[in-house]
Design a protein around this ligand. Sequence first.
Ligand SMILES: [Fe+2]
Length: 438
Amino acid sequence: MDNTARHIRENTLDTQHTKEWLRRFQRVRAMSEAICAPLQTEDYVVQSMPDVSPPKWHLAHVSWFFEAFLLTPYLKSYKTIDPAYDFLFNSYYETHGVPFPRNQRGNISRPTVADVYRFRAHIDEAMTQLLTEPSAEHIDEIMELVEIGLHHEQQHQELLVMDIKHILAQNPLHPVYRSDAAPASSAEAPALTWQRYPGGVRHIGADFGNGFVFDSETPRHRQYVTDFELADRPVTNGEFIDFIEDGGYSRTELWLSDGWHLLHKTGWQAPLYWEKHNGQWHHMTLGGLKPVDLHAPVCHVSFYEADAFANWAGARLPTEAEWEIAAADSLVDGNVPAGNFLDDQHLQPLTATVTGDRPWQMFGDVWEWTGSAYRPYPGFKKLDGSLGEYNGKFMSGQMVLRGGCCATPQDHIRATYRNFFPPHARWAFSGFRLAKDV
Ligand SMILES: [Fe+2]
């Protein structure tokens, strides 16, 4: 076999492999549309705040990602439906072209929702062709980009759930997205106990080459931690109500200065989506307005609220290294354990069904704020080309959250996964657990 023939043979996907990729591609793409299936056309276009994107925009943008980074460069026969989409649906890739302003995405009433679904079908057809007959010359790049494209779409699935909730929550009629979402539970949260971890030089982070990871999770590196204790479950709504009733939102000594000033600007007195009716806390869920479940993890709090609560409780937030060390203990054969994820369709953090080794609920239910800033790990290198803009350029002014939530696809989360939001953000499914020095 000459070198060219060997190259082609080694770099061509066999039929079985191709089918697996196609199935995965179709499964991820179908989930995005399933999330939007309960929406009315009017819901697709609303931008309820600059951080929220209209559902229509998400559906188009994740398709644009495949067009811009895979189809245009690697499928010779590919023709775009409309060259304007390359501008309208580029999120923030400045090296690719000038993106349409983020805070104006709600003004794009055209292309219509139907046009966007046609764009998705067009991309699906072209991607099927690319995956079925990938160019042997570029097979490694193509498969790497398909993997990123699918994880990117899964990130947007969680954003879709967050944004749909925020959009519907603006409506005083409390519209129900799905009547079976946010089911009631009679379970009780277990009493909080502390798990102790010895200090020393530990390893956190990931290396490329052992399954998919984002560049921001790399490289795996040494990290010194002192002895610490971590709560075996997240803070509950009931515990957060104790904080509120103890004057938590009016005691300046508990708050970071930025958080205190924000309280005065916004008038926050409780987590996002909470409102009191007849003396009882209720909250907007994707199943409509419901009483707050005292035993479920508190959710939709900012980093500032989490930090103030920790001060009130005589504790602190864990660092991301401490969180990751503890999370490694809750893996089952190296895998993320069963939990409350997007796949479970509850779309609301629930009281833990407590089984297995502690700590519990490290994965699913709520993202957990850490006390760590989102900064590069020692030796971090961003990806080459436009995709170098994916993570690295956001490494200022944001805090790390860990563990995934009830809107995260289960096969999208890992112990090393670093999510990030600015400290004031509350519309993610964000909660927290406590840590302590020993
Ligand atoms: Fe994106």
